[in-house]
Design a protein around this ligand. Structure first.
Ligand code: CP
Ligand code: NVA
Length: 308
């Protein structure tokens, strides 16, 4: 069973192939209307379940469109409308869904839900975000970097802000794709040590720097994300804002990175909080390429999981 649960759980050769394949598939449909089927229809006859226990715009639309472009069909399910939200076990849900569909993508809260789904499903399961990681996003981000700047191997990526689920998948990717990573944020919002140690064990440099100006020196890519994630308690909002304000990505900070540094944000953004309009809409920003590339990267991920 080929699941796509996390970047650190996938073979580096397979990850490389998926990014290259995503770029090939994107190139092959350049300029075509969005609803045009791909020339190849590898998902013909396949049914894909997309389960959302949290809100989504990009993940929902890009997975649905990607399946359709490849000739498959989708059903989009919200957790609260399923028996899953009313006491049925994850294991039984996985067993039942496996009788109906060929692939399951799930966005959920606790990572354990994803892992239990994968353990009991007899079809591939894809992680569409948990409280802990967001691997599909970072596959799209690696693809986006490489489209603009060539191989990401050996480059310096700087994360400014909360040590959250999106950062965690960047740390996984650092180890697997071979780039250096600096975390710039307050100690109270540090990422789990395990993510940093695992990347270091794969031979890349991973640093923590409390001074954002110092952190971004020579950065090839500056990344941030919302200061309050979907699973974070809203009561901590003000405290988080106060702690994270020194790590806002603004023009002054971007000016300290490499002159050709890119800026990324997975979106949705809270404009003028974690990043200013001038940066989000400025010359370094590739945020909408990232959003588009979710489509292409996930098509490659689905083909990898289904072996088609
Ligand atoms: N970046 C991302 O996953 O966006 P959505 O929450 O809109 O899916
Ligand atoms: N860190 C954010 C990412 C959203 C795509 C969250 O989990 O809410």
């Amino acid at each position: 069973m080929t699941h796509f649960l996390d970047i650190n759980k996938t073979d580096p050769g397979d990850l490389r192939h998926m990014v290259d394949h995503a770029i090939e598939m994107k190139t092959a449909r350049a300029g075509l209307p969005k609803g045009t089927p791909d020339a190849e229809q590898p998902l013909a006859g396949h049914m894909v379940a997309l389960i959302f226990e949290k809100p989504s715009t990009r993940t929902r639309v890009s997975f649905d469109l990607g399946v359709r472009q490849m000739g498959g069909q989708t059903m989009v399910l919200s957790g609260s409308e399923m028996q899953l939200g009313h006491g049925e076990t994850i294991a039984d849900t996985a067993r039942v869904l496996s009788r109906y569909v060929d692939l399951v993508m799930i966005r959920t809260f606790e990572e354990e839900v994803l892992l239990e789904m994968a353990e009991h499903a007899s079809v591939p399961v894809i992680n569409g975000l948990t409280n802990r990681t967001h691997p599909c996003q970072i596959m799209a981000d690696v693809m986006t970097f490489e489209e603009h700047r060539g191989p990401i191997k050996g480059k310096k990526v700087v994360w400014c802000g909360d040590g959250n689920n999106v950062f965690a998948s960047f740390a996984h990717a650092a180890g697997q794709f071979g780039f250096d990573l600096t975390f710039a944020g307050p100690e109270t919002l540090d990422p789990e040590r395990l993510f940093l140690d695992e990347a270091r064990a794969k031979g890349v440099t991973v640093e923590i720097e409390r001074d954002a100006d110092k952190a971004v020196a020579n950065a090839d890519l500056v990344v941030t994300d919302t200061w309050v994630s979907m699973h974070d308690s809203q009561t901590a909002r003000e405290r988080r804002h106060n702690q994270l304000r020194p790590y806002q990505v603004n023009e002054a900070l971007m000016a300290k990175a490499s002159p050709d540094a890119l800026f990324m944000h997975c979106l949705p953004a809270h404009r003028n909080e974690e990043a200013t309009d001038a940066v989000m809409d400025g010359p370094h920003s590739v945020i909408f390429d990232e959003a588009e590339n979710r489509l292409h990267a996930q098509k490659a991920i689905m083909r990898h999981c289904l072996g088609v």
